[in-house]
Design a protein around this ligand. Sequence first.
Ligand code: CA
Length: 701
Amino acid sequence: MKRRWKSKRAAGAACLAVLLAGQMLLVSGCTAGMAETEDEMGTETVNAREDEQTVTSVDAEIYVERVEGITDDFICGADVSSYVAERDSGVKYYDFAGNELNEQGFFDLLAASGMNYVRVRIWNNPYDASGNSFGGGNNDLNTAVSIGQWATKAGMKVFVDFHYSDFWADPAKQQEPRAWSGLTADEKAEALETYTKESLTTLLDAGVDVGMVQVGNETNGEFCGESDWASICKLFSAGSRAIRSVSEEKGHEMQVVLHFANPETAGRYSGYAAKLDTYGVDYDVFASSYYPFWHGTTENLTSVLRQVADTYGKKVMVAETSWATTLTDGDGSANTVRKGKNDTNLAYPISVQGQALELRDVVQAVVDIGDAGIGVLYWEPAWIPTQVYEEGADNAEEILEQNQAIWEKYGSGWATSYAKEYDPEDAGKWYGGSAVDNQGLFDFTGHPLDTLRIFQYVRTGTTAKVEVMSTEVEDVTAELGAEVTLPETAVVTYTDNSSETFAVTWDAEALAEALTNGQGSYEISGTVPLDGEIYEVFCSLTIKPVNLLANADFEESDTSMWTIASDTSCVGIRKETTNTRSGSYCLHFWDDKAFSYTAEQTVTLDAGTYRAGTYLQGGDAGDDAVFQFYAVVDGETKSVDTGVSSWQNWSEAIIDEIVVEEDDTPVTIGVYVDANAGAWGAWDDFYLYHNSEVEQEIDSW
Ligand code: CA
């Protein structure tokens, strides 16, 4: 099944190809072919909703359904920690009218767009011994003071995110600051308390309206170099004490926040909250990161946060979330969400409308918790390209080199090479630019996307037209000469994420032409009626040559055609869903001692030339392991060597010229393996084609 997302707008380009799950759909002219229908439908749907609402919807380019139950004081904001480094790098930001903004203007725009909070991370000492910045926005205390002052002046509150590290802290790394290395947990707690008090005092004295303070970032069972809960909670408590004490001393209310990630893991948050309770940690807010491509559903998010809220009387929130508007990289440094990475099985389209749907759902998920659900913050919406890099363009290399120099000098990439002094294995190797330039609420050139106003829109709803966002039709694969029936229905999804199923009328002529043409991949168009108008959908049809092997993908229950010979029980046709290339079954192998086997099938072929192939994946086979794919005709064996590299990394073995001289010749196709103890893997999707059919494939391509 493929879902085709439609997109009218995306960051950095007025019109572009929408890439998803390896397919490409060019939205021509940036307008859908169904403008009239969408108009009618949109008006109708929106009117129906307006009748139910007491709040007046606003006109917008994106469709946003109002979040029922959202309170006036619901925290809406963004983490813009990279802002100062971006500005230093020459990045410009604009308002909705296209006017260039100065620093204060930028923060005023955030406030005017519906944000009431700005979050900023703080690292203790993100510089090497020579004073070179580790990058990632150079987020020391001074940077936080600057951002905090602009945010405060714009009327927003400030959420301080202490990592208690000299650089990034997340579930994979929680390294203590160099100045605290070698300290016992008690000594660290003392240092942390003093550091927190001093830093908060500096911020408040500088006029920064700090409303929330986070003790540690994504502290999933590790914090500041400590990994037992007694020590972790000792450090949390030290941070909390510091916040309470400065709060009292300054007469300035600040909430104590703890922050975790991976709500999708069953029992994780309830387990953490129980530990915090056991060790008596005094805190107000249990905050979560929520990135939908990793962190499960919004329903689950609501459920796990509600459990913490209900059980321990805590407030809960989403401290970080984001969504991509394009799979295009804007600065030459790979993005977290890109083609081939975090881009499949998505709950929302990669588009501005998709970003709106995601953010709205996250707000709804937190509001659904009730009074305890207090807010949602977007992560780094302004971390856009220092200079726009266009892959494949004439100046691409030049721009990338310039960007790299800018990131090194101004710290506006996620890490500089200098970070190797502190984090040699990750930042020290992979330093570079922004990994989230395609997840901004600004486009690549600093102009705000419509989604910058999302926190306004969730309070009112919008009257944007409801349009077709995607269509979904099952893929069809058939063998040459077989009868082909295309799916009867298509699912059409609208920009409000509602969907309907429609009967499809397929282009019979195009289908007949594909069948005549033979092997290849085809896009057959069809139509669905929408309110009397016609909307176009597509089916991916793959016609394969006739496979002369029986049960070549192991999905059928009769496996008698396969002969497996082995000295151990290392190999068999097994249901191994995570190890298959297609379907649920494969020829699976593993043993804890060295093993060898053959698996083969004999068929009777007419005179002619044939091609055979198979796919293999696996690992831990050792350097001298043998993986052979062979064909035996008249006692003569042809074989090719293949091998395993890693899980689900399939290599195809092909024998492309198997000559059969006479009719009714038995031909054996098989594999031979001789591997070390611990080797594992699977074969799947064997094939044996008559070359005349394969040649047809080459012709048609
Ligand atoms: Ca990038």
